[in-house]
Design a protein around this ligand. Structure first.
Ligand code: UD1
Length: 418
C-alpha cells in the first residue's frame, strides 16, 4: 500500500471547539478485560484507532465477535475458545501484553509472545511476570514465547515502580483469582481508575484504584456491561499544545480537566490563559509564548511522559529556555532530530534536553518516530513557515482518531495524501 503523508501549511492560528476521542490507553486494557467476561460488552466512545482494531482481531481470534460502528464497539462473547495468541498478532500492538493476566486467569494455561521491538527503548515486563508468579503462575519463557499455567490466587504485591501496564495486568489477573490481592505502589494514572470502574460495572470487587494501593477481592464470574470509555487526556494535551504553539483560542469539550492539571499548569507558565469548567478546557494563546523553566516527566499526577514531545514542540519558538528531564523511558527523544532539522535549537544530554527558543521553524519533510513524536511534528508543522510533510503515519494512527480532521475543524491547513 502506498505510504500516506500529512501536508501541513504552517502559520494559521487555531480557533473553535472540539470533542475529545476515547482514551487509547484506557480502551486497550478494557478490550483485554473482555476475556474475563461471560457476557457481551459494549464500549461507547471507542476511538477508531489501528491499535483498537489490532486488539479486536485478538479478541476475534480468541472466540469473540466484534463489530465497530459510530464509536461503539460491540463484543459478542460466546466464551473464550482459544488460549494462545499468535506471534504476529502480539507484535501488531505493544499493549497486547495486557492480555497476559486475563487470558491466564480465564483459561488456566496460555501461550503468548513478547510484544517485540519497541520504539521507546527497552520495555521489559519483569514486573508483570514476577507478580503473576507470586499469584501462582508457572511461567516458561523461550525465544520470546511465554507459556503460562496455574490457578491464580490473591497475593500481597509490591511494585518496585508504579508501572501502568503491570498494575493493569495484575488487576486483570486478580479479579477472578481466589482471595484478596493488594497492589502496593500501584500506578495512579486515570486509566487505572477507568479500568477499575469498567471491571466493577461487570461485577468485580475493587477499591483504591487511583491511589497507590489497589485492593481486589476475587469473584466467581464477571458479567457484561455497557461502558463509556474515558476521554483521552493525551489527545486533549495534544490539541491544547497545538493551539498554544499556533496561537488562537480553543475549547476542548468532553475532557477531564483534573486529569490534565500538570499539563495545563505548564501551558499557563508559558503565558496561555487556561480556564477549566466542568468537562471543558478553554485555552487562549497570544504569541510569542514564554518558556516554562523545567519540565520533568513523572508518574501520575506528575507531568506525563506522553506529553513531553508535545510540549517540546510547543517550546521550539517560545522566548527563553526550557529544560526537559525524561525519567520514565530511556529513549524518548527520537523526535528531537527532526525538530532540529526544522530549525529548533535543542541540546540533548542523557535524560535531559534543553530547548532554546528560536525565531522561526521552517517546513520540511519529517517523520513520525513514534506515536507522540509524530504528534510533536504535527505541532511543529503548524507553527513553521512553509509546508511540512509528515510521513510514517502508522505511528500516529495508533493513537489519534482523524487528527487532520480535528485540526482542520480548528482552521489548520492540513491534508492527508496517499
Ligand atoms: C503506559 C502507556 C504509555 C505511557 C506509560 C507511562 C499504555 C498502552 N501505554 O505504558 O503511553 O507512556 O504507561 O505513563 O497504557 N518497566 C519495567 N518493567 C516492567 C514494566 C515497566 O522496567 O515490568 C519500566 C518501563 O520500561 C518504563 C517504566 O517502567 O521505563 C514505565 O513503564 P509502564 O508504566 O509500565 O508503561 P507502559 O504500561 O508500557
Amino acid at each position: 500500500m502506498a505510504e500516506s503523508k500529512l501536508v501541513i501549511e504552517g502559520g494559521h492560528p487555531l480557533q473553535g471547539e472540539i470533542r475529545i476521542q476515547g482514551a487509547k490507553n484506557s480502551v486497550l486494557p478494557l478490550l483485554s478485560a473482555v476475556v474475563l467476561c461471560d457476557e457481551d460488552v459494549v464500549l461507547e466512545r471507542c476511538p477508531a484507532l489501528s491499535d483498537v482494531y489490532a486488539a479486536s482481531r485478538i479478541l476475534t481470534h480468541l472466540g469473540c465477535r466484534c463489530s465497530f460502528r459510530d464509536g461503539k464497539m460491540e463484543i459478542r462473547n460466546g466464551g473464550i475458545s482459544r488460549s494462545e495468541i499468535p506471534e504476529a498478532m502480539m507484535h501488531e500492538m505493544r499493549s497486547s501484553i495486557t492480555f497476559l493476566g486475563p487470558l491466564l486467569s480465564r483459561t488456566g494455561s496460555c501461550t503468548l509472545y513478547l510484544p517485540g521491538g519497541c520504539e521507546l527503548g527497552p520495555r521489559p515486563i519483569d514486573m508483570h511476570l514476577h507478580a503473576l508468579r507470586q499469584m501462582g503462575a508457572e511461567i516458561h519463557e523461550t525465544h520470546g514465547m511465554l507459556r503460562l499455567q496455574g490457578r491464580l490466587r490473591g497475593a500481597d504485591l509490591h511494585l518496585p515502580f508504579p508501572s501502568v501496564g503491570a498494575t493493569e495486568n495484575i488487576m486483570l489477573a486478580a479479579v477472578l483469582a481466589q482471595g484478596r490481592t493488594r497492589i502496593h505502589n500501584a500506578a495512579r494514572e486515570p486509566e487505572i481508575r477507568d479500568l477499575a470502574e469498567f471491571l466493577a460495572a461487570c461485577g468485580a470487587k475493587i477499591s483504591g484504584a487511583g491511589t497507590d494501593t489497589v485492593i481486589i477481592d476475587g469473584v466467581e464470574r464477571l458479567h457484561g456491561c455497557v461502558y463509556r470509555v474515558m476521554p483521552d487526556r493525551i489527545a486533549a494535551a495534544t490539541y491544547l499544545s497545538a493551539a498554544a504553539a499556533a496561537g488562537g483560542s480553543v475549547c476542548i469539550q468532553d475532557c477531564c480537566p483534573e486529569d490534565l492539571t500538570a499539563v495545563t499548569e505548564v501551558l499557563r507558565q508559558m503565558g496561555c490563559r487556561v480556564y477549566c469548567h466542568e468537562s471543558r478546557i478553554y485555552l487562549q494563546s497570544s504569541l510569542p509564548l514564554h518558556a516554562a523553566p523545567y519540565i520533568r516527566t513523572m508518574p501520575h499526577p506528575g507531568f506525563p511522559t506522553d506529553a513531553q514531545a508535545l510540549l517540546m514542540a510547543a517550546h521550539c519558538k517560545a522566548r527563553g529556555s526550557c529544560m526537559f528531564e525524561e525519567t520514565i523511558f530511556d529513549s524518548r527523544y527520537r523526535h528531537v532530530d527532526d525538530l532540529i532539522r526544522m530549525g529548533a535549537d535543542i541540546r540533548l544530554s542523557g535524560r535531559a534536553a534543553v530547548v532554546h527558543g528560536v525565531q522561526k521553524l521552517s517546513g520540511t519533510t519529517v517523520h513520525a518516530t513514534d506515536l507522540r513524536g509524530g504528534a510533536a511534528m504535527l505541532i511543529a508543522g503548524l507553527t513553521a513557515e512553509g509546508v511540512t510533510e509528515l510521513t510514517e503515519l502508522s505511528h500516529l494512527d495508533r493513537g489519534y482518531e482523524d487528527p487532520e480532521g480535528v485540526l482542520r475543524s480548528l482552521g489548520a491547513k492540513i491534508e492527508r495524501i496517499t
